[in-house]
Design a protein around this ligand. Structure first.
Ligand code: GLA
Length: 455
């Protein structure tokens, strides 16, 4: 009887509760950049093989990515042999992974990194290799034997209506294996327009792909941002420590994004509390792209312990503003990271002036502001001040505003005109009347040749 009970535990476990991914996972994954290239004769450096993953592990350490916080090296699709072994277990392609997955895992761990692997909930992976369906317990245990730290479970060749049982079931086998493994589910990505059950997903997965695959283009990045901005099924609200929305890999350093677009992807992914999983060739990175990926201030915002995902607070024509509450806090109010995204592709910057109050920043003691990518301090601001930001075409200004403690402004005067910032400054938050002036909503967008309050 006792034995029977023990055997049935895996399918009865409610929730993942594995204590992992308290902040969004950071690492590197093969798919977007290296796809399913299995031709090692023609492409020995770029095919999906143990060599590729060892070289990426070496570069993660040597080039400073691991010091910046990136830790997982994750194999995506096309690592498997087309058939399971005689023992029913998964096995890698023998010519491309001659040393075996256990040995590759050890190599990666020996570099001080963690090791991730890809499988699929269905009969086959998207690339046509064996899936876990019908073998879940065996495969979870095989991953544990290989000392896997992170599993991405895709959803090709499966029936999405069974995912609500199947994904939790595989997660329970991972848990029952005794090895802590981050569990990345593609479950909702197979239910776009079908209202995935996000509270169940967040209960059973550490991260989940919500939307389509990223491709190497600005259009692709924008389509993903748009999907997350619409937040049609309310998935932004369920994110937090241990459970993250995954807008897919960072493509910075590849062929499709300019420098400004790369800052925009990095900035938006940090604001969205997204996993920072790069898919690029770490062996050939231009220093300016590497600097974006390793930017300490950006990563600090991404890894903020509150784990609150940004929301869009403003949208007018080509300008969108996103805000993410972050630490430190003071008297129940948070600091804030903001991103001003400019989608205008015509070749001159747009000037955006935004009042702190319109961003919900009401701490009377004010805030200090810093530009994340340049590291340049922008000064201190009260809630009634406006901050002026010039944003390059198809780019972002990524700013952090740290809350200040104490009253910084004289309580004698209720309002004073700050000539430098061309704004009225309030002194006491509790007694703030409406801002003097013409009742603008707090954001002013100026394109050269067209000036004015657009909202
Ligand atoms: C799907 C996933 C991708 C990648 C491929 C591999 O398309 O969404 O991220 O894993 O499968 O075949």
């Amino acid at each position: 009887m006792r034995l029977l009970l023990l055997l049935s535990i895996p399918v009865l476990v409610h929730g993942l509760e594995n204590g992992l991914a308290r902040t969004p996972p950071m690492g590197w994954m093969s798919w977007e950049r290296f796809r399913c290239n299995t031709d090692c004769q023609t492409y020995p450096q770029d095919c999906i093989s143990e060599r590729l993953f060892k070289e990426m592990a070496d570069m993660m350490v040597k080039e400073g990515y691991s010091d910046a916080g990136y830790e997982y090296i994750i194999i995506d699709d096309c690592w498997l042999d087309h058939k399971r072994g005689d023992d029913g277990k998964l096995k890698p392609d023998p010519t491309r992974f001659p040393s075996g997955i256990g040995a590759l895992s050890k190599y990666i761990h020996d570099q001080g990194l963690k090791f991730g692997i890809y499988e699929d909930y269905g009969n086959f992976t998207c690339g046509g290799y064996p899936g876990v369906l019908g073998h879940m317990q065996t495969d979870a245990n095989t991953f544990a034997e290989w000392e896997v730290d992170y599993v991405k479970l895709d959803g090709c060749y499966s029936d999405p209506s069974t995912m609500i049982q199947g994904y939790p079931q595989f997660g329970s086998y991972l848990n029952a294996s005794g090895r802590p493994m981050v569990y990345s589910c593609s479950w909702p990505a197979y239910m776009i327009n079908n209202h995935p059950n996000y509270s169940a997903i967040a209960e059973h997965c550490n991260l989940w792909r919500n939307f389509d695959d990223i491709a190497d283009s600005w259009d692709s990045v924008l389509s993903i941002i748009d999907f997350y901005t619409k937040n049609e099924d309310g998935f932004v609200e369920v994110a937090g420590p241990g459970k993250w929305n995954d807008p897919d890999m960072l493509i910075i350093g590849n062929f499709g994004l300019s420098l400004g677009q790369s800052e925009a992807q990095m900035g938006m992914w940090c604001l969205m509390a997204a996993p920072l999983i790069m898919s690029n060739d770490l062996r050939h990175m231009r220093p300016e792209f590497k600097a974006i990926l390793q930017n300490k201030e950006a990563i600090k915002i991404n890894q903020d312990p509150l784990g609150i995902q940004a929301k869009q607070v403003y949208k007018q024509n080509d300008i969108e503003i996103f805000a993410r509450p972050i630490m430190p806090s003071y008297q129940g109010k948070y600091s804030m990271a903001i991103g001003v995204l400019n989608r205008w592709a015509e070749g001159t910057p747009i000037r955006v002036q935004v009042s702190l109050k319109s961003l919900g920043l009401t701490n009377v003691g004010g805030y200090t502001a810093k530009d994340v990518f340049s590291g340049v301090p922008l000064g201190t601001f009260s809630p009634e001040d406006t901050i002026t930001l010039d944003v390059n075409p198809t780019s972002i200004r990524f700013i952090r505003l740290d809350i200040l403690s104490g009253i910084r402004y004289s309580t004698q005067e209720r309002w004073r005109w700050n000539a430098e910032n061309r704004a009225w400054m309030a002194t006491l938050e509790d007694s703030l009347p409406d801002q003097p002036g013409n009742g603008q909503k707090g954001v002013c967008v100026t394109k050269p040749g067209l000036t004015g309050w657009l909202n």
